[in-house]
Ligand binder design. Structure first.
Ligand SMILES: *Cc1c(COP(=O)(O)O)cnc(C)c1O
Length: 405
């Protein structure tokens, strides 16, 4: 990215990029521009300034001379977007009112009536719902594949394929796709690629650098990091982002409100250190779980039982706090007992915040490639609590799970 901001280090980007206190009476925190409208002095000014293309210098300094209406652009949201774009190595980022707002905008920007899409079975449920059940209304079909081999993408390509969708790692089985290889296949065919990077965050994985066209995030998860906002973001080249912003962004209108943008900026400031702590905590918890007599296996990139070790080493610079546990004693009762017995883990479906969470869920045999049939998993989000507390909590809960059923 060509930016006057000199540092490429995530910590410094999160602390300072996109902000200029001198523009705001020295306020060290940018104000929340909680307004729908920006007024001008003259009609001439309006016509001279009306431009959707953000001014490079203005974005880098945190101020733009082209504000008009908050659905089009807002200075608080621009500061969050400037940071996330730099973290992902993107020319541009655009925030949306939720991860699904961002994902649906990105997907719609890559298809038209009659298009064909390829996506992994393990894709996040509502994204799968969009592809499998909503888009067929507009004549768009999706082929779902396992996705662990890039060859499956190549074999599923049809003349009308315009999008190869990726979510790596996925968020229950933590399955990965080979981003570089799939991006290469897509490019050869003239199709686009989108990668949901919510699990790894830009701290541990940069899909754009591996040739992927667009990166999407549920910023509700790690980017926000405090379980106090619902937000999403799409990142990519200016060439792809400009039409996406105009068509899917402004027209469909799922913008992020300025207050949530401000909370997102606050969350981003600590993203690098939070991710380091999630990574360290999760590795300690994973090591305990892998050696525990009640645990059959865990689903976690980088663990001893990681079936994609080579890909993990190539794509991920670190791991986040989301992993799944398969108990030796199968069935609903032991899995429920484990989640219910935990003291520091809330029972909840989200993840990426400061807090530890647990959720039991059942998966059919088709979800696995090992031929061992259906099973119950307990997904854990390893938060920022002290790892010793989380480990002893899990140990006592595993004892209770062993007695259940
Ligand atoms: C939560 C989630 C989303 C959707 O994000 P929302 O902010 O809830 O709309 C998308 N992808 C993944 C992997 C998620 O976990």
């Amino acid at each position: 990215m060509e930016t006057p901001f000199p540092s490429r280090h995530a910590e410094t980007i999160c602390a300072h990029l996109g902000e200029d206190p001198s523009q705001h009476n020295g306020a060290v925190i940018p104000p929340i521009y909680q307004n729908s409208l920006f007024v001008l002095n003259t009609m001439e000014e309006r016509f001279a300034n009306y431009a959707l293309q953000p001014n490079e210098e203005a974005v880098a300094s945190g101020m733009s001379r082209h504000y008009d209406y908050t659905r089009v652009g807002n200075p608080t949201t621009d500061a969050a977007e400037a940071k996330i774009a730099a973290l992902e190595g993107a020319e541009q980022a655009r925030c949306f009112g939720s991860g699904m707002g961002a994902i649906s905008a990105a997907v719609l920007s890559c298809i038209k009536a009659g298009s064909h899409v390829i996506a992994p079975h393990t894709t996040y449920g509502p994204t799968r719902q969009l592809l499998a059940n909503y888009l067929p209304r507009f004549g768009v079909q999706t082929t779902f594949i396992d996705g662990s081999s890039p060859q499956e993408y190549a074999e599923a390509i049809r003349p009308e394929t315009t999008l190869l969708y990726l979510e790596s790692p996925s968020s229950i089985l933590m399955r990965q796709q080979d981003l570089e290889a799939v991006a290469h296949i897509a490019r050869k065919h003239g199709a686009r690629t989108i990668c949901d990077n919510s699990w790894a965050t830009p701290i541990y994985q940069n899909p754009l650098a591996m040739g992927v066209d667009l990166v999407v995030h549920s910023a509700t998860k790690y980017l926000g990091g405090h379980s106090d906002i619902v937000a999403g973001v799409v990142c990519g080249s200016r060439e792809l982002m400009h039409p996406l912003i105009v068509n899917e962004g402004l027209t469909l209108g799922a913008i992020l409100d300025p207050f949530s943008s401000w909370l997102l900026i606050r969350g981003l400031r600590t993203l690098p250190i939070r991710m380091q702590h999630h990574c360290q905590n999760a590795k300690k918890v994973a090591a305990m779980l892998e050696g525990h007599s009640q645990v059959r296996r865990i689903y976690f990139p980088g663990s001893n039982s990681d079936p994609q070790k080579e890909l993990t080493a190539r794509q991920l610079r670190g791991v986040s706090g989301l992993l799944s546990v398969e108990l030796k004693k199968q069935g609903r009762a032991p899995s429920f007992a484990l989640a219910n017995a935990l003291r520091y883990f809330g029972i909840g479906c989200s993840w990426g915040g400061f807090e530890s969470l647990a959720l039991a869920s059942h998966h059919p045999a088709e979800a696995f490639t090992d031929g061992e049939g259906e099973r119950w998993l307990v997904r854990l989000h390893i938060g920022l609590e002290h790892p010793d507390d989380l480990i002893s909590d899990l140990q006592q809960a595993l004892e209770k799970a062993a007695l259940a059923g």
